[in-house]
Ligand binder design. Structure first.
Ligand code: NOJ
Length: 535
């Protein structure tokens, strides 16, 4: 007997940046009270779970991934009571809520680090990774290549170097110290006891350092993460633990363990390949990466995304493909950032609705639990002139009113997009409500259609031969529910041989047509079809 599916295997997630969403108190920063007022919008999309990006007290030099206090709420966003009210309001609407758990590092403002650097005898000294030289662990790559020259930074006060995999204001915690484990368990219990539904665990490949290795995916890291999972299973059995590990599929497999580590792991490499295949009109990159993706334990799931709050990372492609992707999607130097692209989804697709539709239909029917990034449900634009990744973190555009209806403040935390194409005056939720051709309506339609079909939610996956590299076909099957998904990645009509029986209903047939003549199927440019077999 197959196990019943877990909620997170079938869920669609919504990535919410509190600072960017809705400002209830006119401070220029989004807050939990504002987000509560917008929960009906999130619910209307048909998603199941909200991932709240870091909402902890923080200097916000890495937008909250630099945590200064694990037990609080950033004052700009509200109070713990506001967070609880948000959680309750989400739960009342049948929406689950997960938050980021940032275990790898703290902010240098965190009192642990401040005490550690000031007092060598403090127990907190050993919470971080120190060295008299900057020569250890030389085989470790630098992740933030644009800003960091080394993973070591000298601290004048401590008179030692400290280790950091990200910014030099984010000292890594020392997981060789059992006291750090205990701190993490306390933090996990604190938020879980408040009633959240799980965590997205940030940056988990890097918890340990060992000489002679690249300091990623080490056995010690897995041993600790299994302890975290055991705690979750024993105390919060319905919750989810999601691994953010930007790694190749074969290196990700150990993060599922034997079903005893993470229930869900981000699948980073599929993401750029969806864009690559669409631009090239050739399904090969998608087919190849799924062939390279191992099967995962029962009760687990991949997590997929098209865009998020970071740059569109090209770490998981070859150098040649990276250059090709930059040429194709980031022709201007300013569009490039680190090893990626600082643009949002709709501008990447040149605002072409056909491309948007096929990309999202592929994304929502391939295996995995998808995440929708706030703003992408209305095709929001970006501002490549803002520093770092801020260009894709601008205020949500609700209406054509001042600041896009996001805030009544004179100055918002970042300027709202107001260019000729993507400005809030044109691109906003209010303008798209009631327009059946809008990106918002199509987002709702695609998510709801997907979620109405068990086969699309988490069914078995199988490629179908089409005889054309431009035409991608696969079947999803769950019990009696069966869907044939068919996509023409080319900007030209394609004719293929396929057996689409007369009783099969195209769930996406709202706008599109497929001509069937015997076994010949004619696909429009960028056609997307989900054919349901009659039960
Ligand atoms: C991954 C997060 O997505 C990114 O925004 C952050 O900068 C790093 N982890 C460091 O925490």
């Amino acid at each position: 007997m197959k196990e019943k599916k877990k909620w997170f295997q079938e869920a669609v997630f919504y990535e919410l940046y509190i600072r960017a969403f809705a400002d209830a108190n006119g401070s220029g920063h989004g807050d939990f009270r504002g987000a509560i007022e917008k929960l009906d919008h999130i619910k209307s999309l048909g998603v199941d779970c909200i991932w709240v990006m870091p909402m902890y007290p923080s200097p916000l030099k890495d937008d909250g991934y630099d945590v200064a206090d694990y037990y609080g709420i950033h004052p700009d966003y509200g109070s713990l009571d506001d967070f609880k009210a948000f959680l309750n309001a989400a739960h009342e609407r049948g929406l689950r809520v997960i938050t980021d758990l940032v275990m790898n590092h703290t902010s240098s403002d965190h009192p642990w680090f401040q005490e550690a650097r000031q007092n060598p005898d403090s127990p907190y000294r050993d919470y971080f990774v120190w060295s008299d030289t900057n020569e250890k662990y030389q085989d470790t790559r630098i992740i933030f290549l644009d800003t960091e020259a080394s993973n070591w930074t000298y601290d004048e006060m401590a008179k030692q170097y400290f280790w950091h995999r990200f910014y030099s204001h984010q000292p890594d915690l020392n997981f060789d110290n059992p006291a750090v484990h205990e701190e993490m368990f306390r933090i996990i219990r604190f938020w879980m006891d408040m009633g959240i539904d799980g965590f997205r665990a940030d940056a988990i490949p890097y918890l340990y350092q060992r000489e002679g290795t690249n300091c990623e995916n080490l056995p010690e890291t897995h041993a600790f993460l299994k302890k975290v999972r055991r705690l979750m299973d024993e105390e919060y059995p319905d919750a989810v633990l999601i691994a953010e590990a930007n790694q190749w599929p074969e290196d990700l497999l150990p993060y599922f363990g034997d079903g005893d580590e993470f229930q869900v792991c981000f699948h980073f490499p599929i993401m750029p390949r969806l864009y690559q295949a669409l631009k090239a009109g050739d399904k090969t990159p998608i087919v190849d990466i799924w062939k390279r993706t191992p099967s995962i334990p029962e009760g687990t799931q991949w997590m997929t995304f098209l865009r998020n709050h970071d740059e569109l990372t090209l770490e998981m492609v070859t150098e040649e493909v990276r250059q090709w992707m930059w040429d194709a999607y980031a022709p201007e130097p300013r569009m490039r950032l680190n090893l990626g692209i600082r643009r949002r989804q709709y501008p990447l697709l040149e605002g072409d609705k056909r491309r948007w539709f096929i990309l999202n239909a592929m994304f929502l029917s391939l295996p995995g639990a998808p995440i929708i990034y706030y703003g992408d449900e209305i095709g929001m634009g970006d501002n490549i002139w803002l520093p770092d990744r801020n260009g894709v973190r601008t205020p949500m555009q609700w209406s054509a009113e001042k600041n896009g209806g996001f805030s009544t403040a004179e100055k918002t935390y970042l300027p709202v997009i107001d260019d000729d194409t993507y400005g809030y005056q044109r691109v906003n939720v209010a303008a798209q409500e009631g327009d059946p051709d809008s990106i918002l309506a199509s987002t709702r339609f695609l998510i709801r259609t997907r979620q109405s079909q068990p086969a699309l939610r988490s069914g078995e996956f199988e490629w179908e031969e089409t005889g054309s590299t431009a035409v991608m076909a696969f079947r999803r099957v769950e019990g009696a529910s069966e869907i044939l998904c068919l996509f023409n990645l080319a900007d030209s009509t394609k004719e293929i041989e396929a057996d689409i029986r007369p009783d099969m209903v195209d769930l996406l047939a709202r706008k599109q047509t497929v001509r069937r003549g015997g076994s010949t199927v004619i696909l429009e440019p960028f056609a997307a079809h989900w054919f349901r077999a009659a039960a």
